[in-house]
Design a protein around this ligand. Structure first.
Ligand code: NIG
Ligand code: FE
Length: 407
């Protein structure tokens, strides 16, 4: 049934979905949920009497705050093995690109994922997704991209589908077959690109295994020209598109995202001014994930103040993956973003809720409004700035997903 009343809410914070960074506040209120959707927001303390108890399950927020569940719009939660050895190598002085050139990085994850069967991959990925939920994530993007063969990419996407079916969280699948050029195609890039365009994308789209197609545009990975061909093919098969762009070098990937009408361009440490303007003119979401710069020890972060100053719409995500950001927690990413991106708590919460929804092209979650999914958090805060301020702490006390208390 998923009929629930949350009462005794001290403060309810919800983003104004049409105004980047604006959060509305309602004090001393109650939320009524029916069939997993928000039925009403009552600006007063509802009386919990016998008829109410008969109709609804009751959750007492004990005067704490309620927010929409976090939407993490960029993550790689399905992989076979940790890469903590690479973390140590970086801290001893090697760079991400140097480690990748020596056979580490994505190629390392690809070798291990190919050797693991679907059930085992499902079992270890499930544990990770449950961790995301504890930190308040109720919708999570999940990318393929560590298989890089038809069968191994499909294996990853099937794991994502199973996780979505079995766990009380929405997983939004993205096909990232263009994460790297696999070892066996090193001397034959064109062969792999043709496999992507002629086999993988049509198959993934036909089996509805992904909502979008992503690509890593970067030095030593994919060029703009290749990106244009691959993503155009994806669009022709009805997939949304998005790009890992301008992360390690300024490469024009964000301009391509604007040109193709992508949902988002992601990373953006080295985005150019012209590409910022191009994205704004097309309404492309700036998906910021400074956890990756932080974790690989970069000194440069995405120019969030410039983007916001010009009118850009930002999402905030973890980029959870075994190489460049091993972090489940959007609140911790908010801490990094407050310090290095100089974003306010209102902007951060907006980006991690309404912004995440925009980046995924979903309209039924990301704010507390009548008719939206009842994906809600009870957090032990009075003011939003307590979230980024509480470094590495978990202030999430309850997680409600589709009207059900799941944590
Ligand atoms: O988002 N940039 C490319 N992909 C990931 C890193 C993947 C990896 O190192 O395994 C990222 O940072
Ligand atoms: Fe990524």
């Amino acid at each position: 049934m998923n009929d629930l009343i949350i009462h005794n809410i001290g403060r309810l914070f919800t983003p104004e979905t049409d105004h980047f960074g604006k959060i509305s506040l309602i004090e001393n209120c109650s939320v009524k949920i029916r069939d997993g959707l928000i039925e009403d927001i009552l600006p007063y303390e509802i009386e919990i009497n016998a008829p109410v108890i008969e109709k609804y399950e009751i959750l007492d927020a004990k005067g704490m705050s309620v927010l929409p569940g976090f939407i993490d719009s960029h993550a790689h939660p399905v992989f076979a093995a940790l890469r903590n050895n690479e973390f140590e190598m970086r801290n001893a002085g090697k760079s991400y690109l140097e480690i990748a050139e020596a056979g580490g990085g994505i190629k390392n994850s690809v070798r291990k994922l190919r050797a693991m069967n679907e059930d085992e991959l499902f079992r270890i990925s499930k544990k990770r997704v449950l961790e995301f939920m504890k930190f308040g994530t109720t919708t999570l993007e999940a990318k393929s991209g560590y298989g890089l063969t038809v069968d191994d990419e499909i294996k990853m996407l099937k794991v994502i589908r199973r996780l979505n079916e079995e766990l009380p969280i929405d997983l939004v699948p993205t096909f990232l077959g263009a994460h790297d050029i696999p070892e066996e195609y090193k001397e034959n890039r064109e062969g792999y690109i043709s496999l992507l365009i002629n086999e993988m994308i049509p198959k993934v789209a036909a089996e509805k295994l992904a909502a979008a197609c992503d690509i890593f545009i970067e030095k030593n990975y994919y060029t703009i020209e290749e990106g244009r061909r691959i993503l155009t093919a994806a669009k022709e098969h009805g997939l949304d598109v998005k790009i890992h762009a301008d992360q390690l070098t300024s490469n024009g990937g964000s301009g391509l995202a604007a040109e193709l009408g992508a949902l988002s361009s992601d990373h953006l440490e080295y985005i150019s001014d012209a590409d910022i303007d191009a994205m704004i003119s097309k309404g492309t979401v700036f998906n910021l994930m400074p956890g990756a710069s932080f974790f690989i020890g970069m000194r440069d972060f995405p120019p969030a103040r410039k983007i916001i100053g010009r009118g850009g719409i930002c999402a905030l995500s973890t980029d959870f993956n075994p190489g460049t950001c091993y972090c489940y927690s959007l609140p911790f990413i908010m801490t990094i973003s407050a310090i290095y991106l100089h974003m306010s708590a209102q902007e951060l919460v907006w980006a991690a809720t309404a912004g995440g929804a925009r980046a995924l092209g979903i309209t039924d979650a990301g704010s507390v409004e009548k008719g939206k999914k009842a994906d809600l958090l009870v957090m032990d805060i009075k003011e939003l700035s307590e979230i980024p301020y509480s470094m590495g702490m978990n202030l999430v006390r309850k997680v409600v997903k589709n009207g059900k208390v799941v944590i």
